[in-house]
Design a protein around this ligand. Structure first.
Ligand SMILES: Cc1ncc(COP(=O)(O)O)c(C=O)c1O
Length: 359
């Protein structure tokens, strides 16, 4: 891991981040909890969970931290409308729409279905919440990534022509600012772990972008010696390691941290995505059921469940001994569970998610 030329205490690093404008949205700091029954069930090291699924706003998740910085930026630029987009079950869009509601901004969402419609799009999970918090929703056939991005740029241009002051999702400007918010997440983890009397030996989370980039900036700035590992929810049509390194460099610049990152500094695992983004894998189903049944904590089928499946696989593969505590950053995503009800119901019927008999 790259270390910054100068390393900082958690207090010093938080001070640097706090020089940037923030719009308070989240319930922070989120708890860091020990998972004794889950750890025992997988027969590995003590696993701790950073509850960023509990950031609060409209069911929470990692984007609430991101949006504390992005909404502040939008307001500073005098925006009256946000144009945002991703997949139909985007947690990002749900949390951004809720943040806009709170900040008094209008929002137009471009949601990519990734295929032509074969009937009305079910108003369920995140999509239901987008409507409830008052977003203007447009669903297109295109895929998340360049296709959705192109439509966002088009819609933003139309609104500008009509005289609106638009703040738009543009990966080249938004991502590094969002990443800064995850510097604070690692600061919290380090302080909370110290208070609980343990030293993390690795940190795992779901990311192929800003969240993970922010964590690596913090790790370098604090000079922590343990690896930050990212389990990807999607395989982007670009070099994700290089992209995350670029985001990390830009985020470091924003807070005057001198660390430099290259693609090889990013520990990214893309093998847990499965056949495609958003498709449930057997490992993810097992992870979802195991955490729910040992600790009563839910993870989702496309993001946090896949990341947890990656961590379980690494633990079973013998990467840690029983004395090496590991932190799992729960990035949220649980409202999507309700949009997967049919697939999950099939699994329950096939007894692969069957409830063990009581007693
Ligand atoms: C629940 C959840 N976890 C993780 C991520 C990954 O975030 P990023 O790749 O921006 O770091 C997302 C992105 O939407 C998400 O919704």
């Amino acid at each position: 891991m790259t270390e910054a030329a100068t390393t900082f205490s958690t207090v010093e690093l938080r001070d640097r981040v706090d020089r940037l404008p923030q719009y308070p949205l989240g319930h922070l700091p989120t708890p860091l909890e020990h998972l004794p029954r889950f750890s025992k069930a997988i027969g590995g090291p003590p696993v701790y969970i950073k509850r960023d699924d509990c950031t609060g706003l409209a069911f929470g998740g990692n984007k609430t931290r991101h949006n504390e910085f992005l909404i502040a930026d939008a307001l500073a630029k005098g925006a009256d409308l946000v144009v945002w987009g991703a997949g139909v079950q985007s947690n990002n869009c749900r949390q951004t729409a809720a943040a806009c509601a709170k900040a008094g901004l209008d929002i137009h969402l471009v949601l990519g279905r990734g295929k032509p419609a074969d009937g009305p799009d079910p108003i369920q999970g995140n999509l239901l919440l987008d409507h409830l918090v008052g977003a203007h929703v447009e669903i297109i056939d295109g895929q998340v990534g360049p296709e959705v991005d192109a439509r966002i740029a088009e819609v933003a241009a139309e609104y500008r022509e009509a005289g609106r002051n638009v703040y738009e999702w543009d990966r080249y400007t938004v991502k590094s600012l969002a990443a800064v918010s995850y510097v604070l997440c690692l600061v919290e983890i380090i302080e909370q772990a110290e208070k609980s009397g343990f030293a993390p030996q690795a940190c795992y989370g779901c990311s192929a972008g800003s969240t993970g980039a922010g964590l690596v900036v913090a790790a370098a700035a604090l000079g922590v010696g343990f690896p930050i590992r990212h389990v990807a929810p999607i395989v982007w049509p670009w070099d994700t390691r290089a992209d995350m390194a670029k985001i990390a460099n830009e985020a470091a610049d924003r807070i005057d941290v001198e660390a430099r990152f290259e693609a090889d500094d990013i520990e990214l695992f893309e093998e847990y995505v499965g056949p495609a983004y958003g498709e449930v894998t057997p490992g993810c189903l097992e992870a979802m059921a195991l955490l729910a049944r040992t600790e009563g904590i839910l993870v989702d089928p496309s993001y946090s469940g896949k990341a947890l499946a990656g961590l379980i696989d690494h633990i079973r593969g013998g990467r840690f001994d029983s004395e090496q505590p590991v932190v799992f950053v729960h990035t949220g995503g649980t409202p999507a569970l309700f949009a997967y009800n049919e697939i999950l119901a099939e699994q329950i019927a096939a007894r692969s998610l069957a409830t063990p008999a009581a007693g």
